[in-house]
Each structure stands twice: as structure tokens, then as C-alpha cells.
Write a protein that binds this ligand. Sequence first.
Ligand code: GDP
Length: 468
Amino acid sequence: IDDTAEQEALAIKPRRRIDVAAEYAKTQNQRQGLNLVVVGHVDAGKSTLMGHLLYALGQVSERTVKKFEREAEKIGKGSFAYAWVLDETDEERARGVTMDVATSTFETAHRQFTLLDAPGHRDFVPNMISGASRADVAMLVVDASTGEFESGFDGDGQTREHTQLVRALGVRQVVVAVNKLDTVGWSEDRYAEIVSRLQGFMQACGFSNNDVRFVPVSGLDGVNLVRRVGSEVPELAAWYRDGSATRPCLVELLDTFALPERTIKSPFRLAATDVFRGGSAGSAGSVSISGRIAQGTVQLGESVVVVPGGVSGIVRAIDVNFEPRDWAVAGDEAIVQVQGLDPLQVPTGAVLCAPEQPITAVTRFETQIAVFEPKVPITNGFPVLVHIQSISVPGTVQRIIETFDPRTGESKRKRPRHIRRGATARVEIVTESKLCLELFKDAKELGRIMLRRGGETIAAGIVTALHG
Ligand code: GDP
């Protein structure tokens, strides 16, 4: 047979179904990606520590650090050089505060981290939330110096608040960097005291002790970050050991984070962040939809449906990290080209789904929220912007059901008139247009929302009931 006949035969032959779960399992020994959020009280040393870590891992050139050092010396803040690796704007430099969520990546032996750096200043909690809502795992940085751990942990400090929020947003695994231990002569007693206080608290927040690891470090001097401590710091090397071997450094602990469960058995969902006509497999009668696959798998030749709207088409091409693929799975940033759709049928915020189990699009749902620092208390009828993934729609807090204790889940007050800063509450939300949502218990990524108003994030929440 000639070439054209063969091609026609191939085109009509039903494509052999790929066992995506099996194919995916074969790739499991490759380096796997995790989103890391860094939290902790202002001045705990988060920026310095991460800046030093990125530098030691070769992510930042010597030249950049030298340049920052010179600039820092000029204004008499020499030790800020490493923090500046992460702090971008001049305004932040002048104030010495990390304001926005800066992102960066680094690799350890088995993991590739996307760093969602978070600020510690009280005004900037909303930014921390947007980082935390995308996090798989967290690093909590605490300042071990005399009196400073206490001021971050007791009363008004952010150590507790951040830890609770991170847990409320679904993060289970945490590495706690007990930082600035150089300021207390690498005291083992001080380290043990901090570990014991935090362990109790974190357990009460709902963390399991096995998922929380502690490590003594100095972000400023770069001790125990990427290399195990040796004779250069004898005070620490003397006790941070098991028998003859010193214990793991920070990067080793990061490297042992378990991979978040990629929910490949769940029905396919891809939340559209971008939609364009045509694609890598030609343009006739097709659209390409890009976004992160929230759950499930997709393969060439499969049929998929768009929610809201309900139109469906056939998958013509799949690209992951700009390379063509036969299949893709949860966690992949993908571009899926679908035959038989028009771009107008796929609004941003739409979700591409498995046709047999599409996502629900609702305008009324219940959510458990952690409230941050709204300028005015949240009341019934409070207008908000509801954010999920990269989209937002206007809505209102229709009904405050109750406030509750986040640690025990016990109700504190039924139908309160308003919700105050820092409280946790169950509320019902009504939106002006349809939102594609899942219950958080079934699907984390599509079950986490944020509420914003007047340019500030006022609360983060998880979806607990869908009302149509
Ligand atoms: P952030 O607000 O948590 O990002 O804290 P920064 O990284 O800006 O650090 C706050 C201050 O603590 C700066 O003056 C740092 O130089 C200092 N610092 C950070 N890490 C250490 C450390 O390991 N040892 C000591 N002695 N000082 C540190």
C-alpha cells in the first residue's frame, strides 16, 4: 500500500487506549515537583535563610550577592544582602521587609521545589495566603534568639497564626527551621525547648508528629542548610548527631518530603487559565486550553466536556512543558488541544472534564473560612470577590452559619451578626455567575477559595457543601 492509504488507515483506526496509571508509575523515579511556602514571624529570618539556601545551591550568582552586599553596606544593613536576593522592589529594600510573594525554584536530590516566599509582616498576611493556597508543603522559620521565639509565638506573634493558616489550607508536611541558633551559642537546651513547645502546638493544630521535622540552622552564616554541620561549628556538631554521624541538614529534610498524592484515579479536571484557537496539531475547528491538571488523567483521542456550557470535543494534542505527549496527569501544567470546540465556548474559569463525571457549576455553596484582617467585620450580605485558582467572580456572604474553634471543630456561636478578624466560621456564599467547585474533601485544588474585597484578601476557605 502507498503512503496516503496507510495514513488514512491510521487516522480511522481507533487509537489503542493507554494505561496512563501504569505509564505514570514508570516515571515515578524521576525528580518530582513540590510547591513550598515559607512562613514565620516577621524578622524570623525567612528571606535571609532562603536567599542563602538559593545561593548555596547555585541558584544565585556570586555577582548578584556581591552587588546586594555592596548596596546593603551603603545603607548600613550589611546582613540584609541574602534577603535581597528575594526582595525585589526598592521600597522593600528601604524598609527591609519582604512584601510580595516572590517565586523561585531550586532542586534537591529527588525533588524540584517551586518556592512561594511569604512575607512575615502583619500587614502582608494576604500575600502569605495566596502563597499558602498553592503550597504542597511548608517551611516554618522561627527565631531562636533570647526572647524572640517567645515574641513570635506568644500573644500577637505570627508563628501561631501562620501555622494554623497553613494547616487550614490543607498543608500537612512541614520542616521547622529553628533559626539564629548562633545567637544563643548553639544551645541544645534552647533548641529542645523550642521543639517541645512547637510540637505540642502543632499537634493541637492538626499536624501529625511524623509530618513535622525540626532542624537547627543559621540562615545568616549558612550553617546546616545544604551541608551537614562539621568541625566549623563544634558547638552544634557536638549534639546534633546520632552516635557517630551528624543528623540531616535542612536540604536533606526537604528532600524527604513525601510527594502529595497526585489524584490520578479521580475524574479528569483541567481549570482553564488560557484559551486560544488552533494548536500544535493544526488549527481547523479546534481550541487549545492551558492550565494545571487538578486531577485525573487525559490522553489523545479521549472525549472531554467543558463546564459550564456542556459542549464536548475530542483531544487532538497534549503538550506538557511545551513538549508533545500522548497523555498527561494531575499536577502537570498542560496545553490540551480539543477538536470540535470554538474558543467562545470556553470562558476562562471553565473546567475541562471527563464527560462521564463532570464538575458541578454552582452559584451557592458553603465554606469554612479563616478570616484575616478585613477593615470592617464580615456581616450577612457582605460583598466579596470569590477567587478560585486563577479566576474570580463577584458574590456575597449570604449567611453566617456559625463561628467555630479551628482546633476542635466545635461550634462557638450560631448565627453571629458578624465575624471578627482571626476567627474561623462556616458561611454560605452566593455568586453572581457560576463557579466550578468541588468539595475540599474530594478535591483539594478545586475546593479551596479565597475571599477578597477592596484589593485585600479577607479570608481563605475550603468548600464544604454545594447547593446548586
Ligand atoms: P524575615 O522578615 O523573616 O524575612 O527576616 P530577614 O531575613 O529579613 O531577617 C531579619 C533579621 O535577622 C536580619 O537582620 C537578618 O540579618 C537577621 N538574621 C537572619 N538570619 C539570621 C541568623 O541565622 N543569625 C543571626 N544572628 N541573624 C539572622
